[in-house]
Design a protein around this ligand. Structure first.
Ligand SMILES: [Zn+2]
Length: 459
């Protein structure tokens, strides 16, 4: 990073505060004014930009630093919208962007305006290094800011991929979706998301004879649904490890604070069937790790009946099924049907998710982030990570972009849990760590080696 570190840090804070002060609560989003702010800042430094308006007051910003074409572009992606707040549960204005006790507070501070600010700073610093220090890029660096990520992306990444796919042509992308976690004893690990579970909606429907509740009927649809759900509640998909999760558990076992769980992680990936089963059993007791090991089935809604004295002809439940990459939801439906074993019950896929492939944990981008992180903090452990939540990366992976999901700000779990919660905040020190991590990662993957010396001498 260039000469005046404290000026850069002040600039980063000022941009994040400005971003937070645009209320982009989605719905409705209203990201356009924020997008215009980004355009103003980028164009102010002579960076080529495109403002797209997918719907009234929604926006996408694309900015591009041109490389010499030796490699294909790399995308820096972040979303501009945020989730709603309950202002009375906050101790400060969620859209004030205040700094207090070493933290910058505000909705979006960690999801995802912190990264948006770090990406913006990376563009500005690269541009300055190009004009001042003769830095040359081997590939285009493309800044992408989207709307509507928090509500499914219809006016965001979905719209962009459908209408402006040419602008998203890239070999790699860095997006949200990972973790930089500070654990017990101050140790840190960086989890880079290379895959994510895919979310599907599945409907379980029981049918039976309708009638007056005064005459109980044997085939009552609600009773059939109840029995089916009881069986589904006991059904579990088998443990399946992928390339990403095998490495995740192997490397996490080096730093995980609980000894029992650390040993279980090592056993799980030992290759010995018995040990592996034993390890899986321990880790299954931790819901967040269990969700990484197998396809997940959660009952989320129940629908049925018209009146308290009428037996309905139909009753149904919605299951949210999350599949590991490479698994088909239809196969899970078949297994659920045979475990239910009731001809009066049907199970169908109501809405299918984006069946995105996993990205490569051995990619040049992954290695660049890992090297950049270790250069800043040699004690940092880097693990590939499969997230149980979905991000815009799924849509990019489907069009062939290799994505690395990070949350570049080192945080305790307690701070990370404020994401979508109250008093969301980013530690100031972590904001600077994250900005440097993104800048250094992009430099490693995009800068022409021979021109790096100029950058070093400009430090
Ligand atoms: Zn987000």
């Amino acid at each position: 990073m260039a000469a005046d570190q404290s000026a850069i840090e002040a600039e980063t804070i000022a941009h994040l505060q400005a971003l937070i002060r645009f209320d982009t609560t989605n719905p409705p989003g209203n990201e356009l004014p924020l997008a215009e702010y980004l355009i103003g800042v980028l164009e102010g430094e002579g960076i080529e930009t495109t403002l797209l308006v997918p719907a009234v007051n929604r926006a996408a910003v694309i900015a591009r630093l041109r490389g010499n074409g030796a490699g294909r572009p790399v995308i820096l992606l972040a979303h501009m919208d945020v989730v709603a707040v309950e202002p009375d549960k906050w101790t400060c204005d969620p859209f004030g962007g205040i700094v207090r006790d070493g933290y910058l507070y505000g909705r979006g501070a960690i999801d995802d305006k912190g990264m948006l600010a770090a990406n913006l700073m990376t563009m500005l610093l690269l541009r300055r290094a190009m004009t001042r220090d003769g830095l040359e890029l081997d590939r285009d660096v493309v800044f992408v800011a989207t709307s509507d990520e928090e509500s499914g992306g219809e006016c965001g990444m979905h719209w962009l991929v459908t209408n402006h796919r040419d602008l998203l042509d890239a070999e790699f992308a860095i997006n949200e979706g990972g973790r930089t976690r500070i654990i017990e004893g101050g140790r840190r690990y960086l989890a880079i998301q290379t895959a994510e579970k895919i979310s599907h909606m599945v409907t379980v429907t029981a049918r039976g004879p309708a009638g007056h509740a005064a005459i109980p009927l044997v085939g009552n649809a609600i009773f059939h649904l109840g029995r089916a759900l009881a069986k589904i509640s006991e059904y579990r998909e088998p443990v399946t490890l992928t390339t990403t999760t095998t490495r995740f558990f192997r490397e996490l076992s080096q730093v995980w604070p609980s000894e029992e769980e650390r040993l279980a992680m090592a056993a799980l990936v030992s290759g010995n069937e018995k040990d592996s089963e034993r390890g899986a059993k321990v880790l299954s007791g931790i819901p967040v790790l269990d969700a990484v090991m197998r396809n997940g089935i959660s009952a989320t809604r129940i629908i049925g009946g018209v009146a308290g004295n009428v037996i309905p002809a139909e009753a149904s439940a919605v299951l949210n099924v999350r599949t590991l990459p490479g698994h088909r939801v239809e196969d899970i439906v078949d297994r659920l049907l045979s475990s239910v074993g009731d001809p009066n019950v049907t199970i169908t896929v109501a809405a299918k998710g984006n069946e995105a492939p996993a990205s490569d944990p051995d990619s040049e981008m992954f290695a660049a982030i890992a090297e950049a992180a270790r250069a800043i903090d040699p004690a940092l452990t880097v693990v590939p990570y499969l997230s149980t939540g979905v991000t815009d990366s799924a849509r990019l992976r489907l069009i062939g972009v290799d994505c690395c999901g990070i949350l570049p700000f080192p945080m305790l779990q307690s701070d990370e849990e404020r994401m979508h919660g109250h008093d969301e905040r980013v530690p100031i020190e972590s904001l600077h760590f994250g900005t440097r991590l993104i800048f250094d990662s992009i430099t490693r993957v995009a800068a022409r080696r021979a021109s790096l010396a100029a950058l070093d001498s400009g430090r």
